[in-house]
Design a protein around this ligand. Structure first.
Ligand code: FMN
Length: 147
C-alpha cells in the first residue's frame, strides 16, 4: 500500500497541513511520499494506491498556476482505481473560500475514487487536528482489512 501527498504552498499554510496529514498517514501501515508540486511528474500517479492533493486558492477561488499540471494529469491518466482526497487552505475573507479545493473535488469525483475533502482556514489550528485525523481515517478505511 502506497500513498502520495502532492501539494503546493507559497506562504507555508498548505505545506504545514500536508505535513500534518503525512504524519497521520504514518500511523497506518501506509508508506506515504510527500511531493512538492515542482517535483511532480504525471506518470508518478501510477505508483500509488492513494493520492491526496493539497492546494491553496488564488485569484477568485482559482487553482494556482503550478497545480494545473497535476489537475490535467488526473484528467489524462488512467486513474479510476486510485483513491483520492483533496485538502487545502484558504481565507474566508475571499468570496470563493477554498475555491481550488472545490474545483479539484469535482474533477476527482469524476475521474477517481474520491474519498474525502478538507478545507482549513489559513494555517492549521489545534481544533483542525482532529479533522486531519478524520481525513486520514477516511482514506485508510477504503483499504481496511477486516479480520
Ligand atoms: C492575492 C490573493 C488571492 C487569494 N484568493 C483567495 C481566494 O479566492 N479564496 C481563498 O479561499 N483564499 C484566497 N487567498 C488566500 C490563500 O489561499 C491563503 O492565504 C492560503 O492559506 C495560502 O496558502 P499557502 O500558505 O500554502 O501559500 C488569496 C490570497 C492572496 C494573497
Amino acid at each position: 500500500m502506497k500513498a502520495a501527498i502532492i501539494y503546493s504552498s507559497v506562504t507555508g499554510n498548505t505545506s504545514t497541513l500536508a505535513e500534518i496529514i503525512c504524519e497521520n498517514m504514518s500511523k497506518y501501515t501506509i508508506e506515504t511520499d510527500l511531493i512538492p508540486v515542482d517535483e511532480f511528474h504525471p506518470e508518478q500517479l501510477h505508483n500509488y494506491d492513494i493520492v491526496t492533493v493539497g492546494t491553496y486558492s488564488w485569484d477568485n477561488g482559482e487553482l494556482p498556476l503550478e497545480m494545473e499540471e497535476v489537475f490535467e494529469a488526473f484528467e489524462d491518466e488512467e486513474v479510476k482505481h486510485i483513491t483520492t482526497g483533496i485538502f487545502g487552505t484558504g481565507d474566508s475573507f475571499y468570496p470563493y473560500y477554498c475555491g481550488a479545493v472545490d474545483i479539484f473535488r469535482d474533477m476527482l469525483y469524476v475521474h477517481t475514487n474520491l474519498a474525502v475533502t478538507l478545507k482549513v482556514e489559513l494555517t492549521p489550528q489545534e481544533e483542525d487536528l482532529h479533522r486531519c485525523k478524520k481525513f486520514c481515517d477516511r482514506l485508510a478505511s477504503e483499504f481496511a482489512v477486516v479480520s
